[in-house]
Design a protein around this ligand. Sequence first.
Ligand code: GCU
Length: 600
Amino acid sequence: MRKLLSTSLLLIASGLWAVAQEVPQVANVMARQTTSLNGAWNYIVDVQEEGYYDYRMNPTRWGFFINAKPQRPEDLIEYDFDKNPTLQVPGDWNTQDERLFFYEGTVWYKKSFDFHPQEGRRTLLYFGAVNYDAHVYVNGRKAGHHIGGFTPFNFDVTDLIKDGENVVIVKVDNKRHAEAVPTQIFDWWNYGGITRDVCLISVEPLYIENYKLLLDKTVPAKKGVRQLHFSVKLNKAEAGKTVTLRIPELKVSQQVMTADDGTASISLKAKPQLWSPETPILYKVEIQLGQETLKDEIGFRTIETRGKQILLNGQPIFLKGISIHEEKPNGGGRANSTEDAHTLLSWAKELGCNYVRLAHYPHNEYAIREAERMGMLVWSEIPCYWTIAWKNPDTYANAERQLTDMILRDQNRANIIIWSVANETPHSPERDVFLSKLAKHARQLDDSRLISMAMEVTSASNYHNKLQDNMNEYVDVVSFNQYIGWYRDVNDAPKMSWEIPYEKPVIISEFGGGARYGLHGEKNQRWTEEFQENLYKENTAMLDKIEGLAGTTPWILKDFRSPRRVLTGIQDYYNRKGLFSDKGEKKKAFYVLKDWYATK
Ligand code: GCU
């Protein structure tokens, strides 16, 4: 044995004491009794995972998760979190420590805090998101493991947490892998770290795990009276538990009784004003079980398609959108606050948008809720991006888990209208099986919204573009990316014709081109604002000719960091297709899109 340790550390290392377990995601954490663990966390950069494996690459029981301290003068401990600098949580490490700008690997995080658990209650440890692979320990013992960088997870740590000083340690690894989701290559910065909120949630042994309240689009309204559908799920399969739903402004107060599986549901009549971009009305909702009441703000609307139209509240709507990455408005780094979201969404509002595509992964809950308050419709997506390992069952399970968690977190948000299961994926029978299963799974979890994915133009010759994709039958909206004027056919947009043989609404989920803000020149000079401006003029005129076009989300609102963009003096590790620079400066193309949207 390479390390000399005292008995108590031996006991902890042997993990003989207590256990924890991952529990299904609890909804609406913001409304729960929480203790934030955000703030400064000590960190250790561990390139060779010395803190996890022994020198034979076997997982060691004496790892950094023990947070060992020398007990006797001869004890050999070769790390000390408390001597190490700190990183802010939530946040990525790449923009907080310049040595870690390009870093992909393991970083250990440690947080010490006082906590006094309440008698008879359970304690859950919640993470809004950790990119990518997280091993979580509480007081030296394993709480659990999670993979996936953009969805929440939580563990019941009641048996690990102590009354007094506690230590949470997280091993975070953002290395890319072929079988991961996303896979090895993607055109955005692989920000690593504990990128969203961390907190302890105090709950009763029996608590409301999740709920769904929405307008039932299958029942037509009568004089403004509509049918709402409410369902609730407890954390345990317990029958005979009373849950009360109250919507005071709608004079709704209803009780439901759980069945053997701990769920209950009810349909009820009410007369809500409908949520829409013009009127983003949210109603105060209370859901009570025993002494605990969860408060939420929920809007009611219907979304459906009719032929090639998208109908919001029964009315055709054109989705004037823009794509957005989850990056802070100025400079780089993961965005993770209402303020960040408000700034980005205000820029989209300036463009005249009523809709945003949050690419290519579920964005943080603050962004979704702020968009809902600002009247911004949302396309939300999981990172099944490019060449996913379609044949790998673990990859499928991972993708399905991310899809489930995205839907369970945001299913009560009125502004989310489209769940997207993929982006630009190469055609193959394995891909078709994988994505069709995901699309069916999404529909099974939530048949109140539209399902889609960002496809690609399948053939283009003689200026005739065709879209042929077997996935058309699994989606409600046929969406595809096209880069005419940038990756192909410069200045040929006016000559283009389209063949999209599906009786479904069409969304152009991406189009655009790059420009370095402040670089000016002839309109055929790449990277100038004039080139991008002209590309937008030609593309918007071309899009007007596409039959059944129901919306678009040009690529992209703001220049964003990407390790694939290495052209010095122009890109400098930024994708420059933004209509805003990375500092929030408007490029000329901004005004072209704004004017076009004003005609819609
Ligand atoms: C693709 C992809 C984006 C990427 C963009 C680009 O379509 O979906 O993630 O950033 O093209 O090339 O700029």
